[in-house]
Design a protein around this ligand. Structure first.
Ligand code: CU
Length: 83
């Protein structure tokens, strides 16, 4: 089981946080997800053989929020700065 902390941008209220939590928990391979509105962060426990960080990011982005890949380790896709 891996735990990853994602930055989540675009949340405006506790409802947003709950929506994201539910979506992450419904993602295959995810065993638990906690979203902290104030910290703009999601902490996700997942099985790395069934889910990738990119899947978690995609789930958040599908809801209309931004989850720039962050944290230690190689990011699924490096963010360029426009050059
Ligand atoms: Cu909201």
């Amino acid at each position: 089981m891996n735990t990853v902390k994602l930055a989540v941008k675009g949340m405006t209220c506790a409802g947003c946080a709950r929506t994201i939590e539910r979506k992450l928990r419904a993602t295959p391979g995810v065993s638990n997800a906690r979203v902290d509105l104030a910290a703009e962060a999601a902490t996700v426990d997942f099985d790395p053989s069934r889910a990738q960080v990119a899947d978690l990011v995609a789930a958040v982005e599908k809801l209309g929020y931004q989850a720039p890949a962050s944290g230690p380790g190689p990011s699924p896709q490096a963010q360029g700065n426009g050059h």
